[in-house]
Design a protein around this ligand. Structure first.
Ligand code: NDP
Ligand code: X2W
Length: 346
């Protein structure tokens, strides 16, 4: 069976990555692409690397244009997807909608308003199938909230320890470095070319980053109680990739053997998440361009803490790959379909 797809926000980084993956997907063909300020152009004027889709016209992003497809991917700024999704709920109730933005990720309306400052649009099944119990919730789903990029890396680093009851729920510290494509294509003051090359600096410091409630939500699901997180993002001079380093206090009696066993049990059967052999540490260089994830964990006995690292490509497993993986599950396809690319090196 062949499914038709529309990709909204096709002129952006996330939409472009969705198209790169769908261009070689055997069961889904891209029928419609939309943009906002760049509507009216040909796709290759804004995404010159997408050769097989080059002549597609970029339509305006309206519910009418997006109607009539089997799958709609919304790669739009926060706040822009909820009204489109509401219109599709009336016109196309059975369409599979994957929201790459944040509008439908948070259960807590209060957390949404605190960090995004607008009205909460509601919550959809969360598209990180590697979290306990989430894969089954995605099968037959018609709506999927694709996780944020930093939450993906942070949760894949730490969730096994919370699921196994090995980590304390307070005093979790996560520092993550992201490539500059994480900020999107639109120019931003802290992202002017020369300033990002050859330098690293933090931003969103002091508990203000909007991914904090999403990370706490995912860790809380695994722990069965609230988990308090200090999260600091940093900008790294690379186009793609996230390396998250997370530390948390061990519960009394937890040793390195039980930590290793918990992470092995969580990821032993996962097609995309690779717990590295002991002594090897994740590198963004090993996952760029692919949906694969590298994870490593160690115990810092002096500090009584676990140290877990996770590397992803922010645009693939951190966005578009997660959307395609969730789409495959929701459509009943093999989960890895269209996501077989190895990493790109050097
Ligand atoms: N970049 C990343 O690594 C990740 C991004 N995301 C999320 O994906 C979404 C898209 O991000 P990204 O691709 O990086 O951003 P970009 O700035 O690269 O692209 C934004 C896209 O949205 C369109 N757009 C802008 N304003 C509006 C509007 N008011 N209504 C409809 N469409 C609009 C743009 O169209 P045009 O160019 O024609 O103006 C463009 O296609 C965001 O929610 C982002 O947070 C999630 C995880 C990771
Ligand atoms: C480097 C950089 O600026 N990164 C972005 C993350 C963007 C992102 O992808 O956010 P969502 O997943 O919630 O859409 C930021 O910190 O805002």
């Amino acid at each position: 069976m062949s499914y038709s797809a529309a990709v909204a926000g096709a002129s952006g980084y996330a939409g472009g990555e969705v198209l790169r993956l769908l261009a070689s997907h055997p069961d889904v063909h891209v029928k419609t692409v939309t943009a906002h300020s760049q509507a009216g152009q040909r796709l290759d004027q804004v995404q010159p690397h997408l050769h097989s889709l080059a002549s597609m016209p970029l339509h305006p992003t309206t519910p009418e244009v997006l109607s009539g497809h089997d799958v709609v991917v919304l790669a739009l700024p926060h706040g822009a997807s909820a009204p489109v999704a509401q219109a599709l709920a009336t016109s196309d109730p059975d369409v599979l909608v994957l929201d790459i933005g944040a509008d439908h990720r948070l259960e807590s309306a209060r957390a949404w308003t605190d960090f995004y400052g607008t009205e909460h649009a509601g919550v959809w099944p969360y598209g990180l199938p590697e979290l306990p119990g989430r894969r089954v919730g995605l099968s037959d789903a018609r709506r999927v909230a694709v996780p944020g990029c930093y939450p993906t890396a942070s949760l894949l680093a730490l969730v096994p320890g919370y699921s196994a009851g090995l980590l304390e729920p307070e005093d979790v510290v996560i520092v993550a470095a992201s490539g500059v494509s994480g900020a999107g294509r639109a120019a931003k003051a802290h992202l002017l070319g020369a300033e990002t090359m050859g330098a690293m600096s933090p931003y969103g410091v002091g508990g203000s980053h909007r991914h904090i409630p999403e990370i706490e939500q995912g860790l809380g699901w695994a722990a069965g109680r609230h988990v308090q997180v200090s999260f600091t993002p940093t900008l790294a001079p690379m186009p793609r990739g996230i390396l998250a380093t997370a530390t948390a206090r061990l519960t009394p009696g937890t040793d390195a053997t039980s930590v290793r066993a918990a992470w092995e049990a969580a990821y032993g059967e996962e097609p995309f998440v690779h717990l590295l052999p002991e002594g090897r540490w994740p590198s963004t260089g090993a996952v760029i361009g692919s949906n694969h994830v590298q994870v490593q964990v160690a115990v810092d006995e002096r500090a009584g803490r676990v140290v877990a690292c996770c590397a992803i490509d922010n645009l693939t497993k951190g966005t578009a790959g997660a959307a395609v993986q969730s789409m495959n599950i929701a459509l009943g396809l093999e989960e890895t379909t269209g996501l077989e690319q190895e990493g790109l090196a050097p």
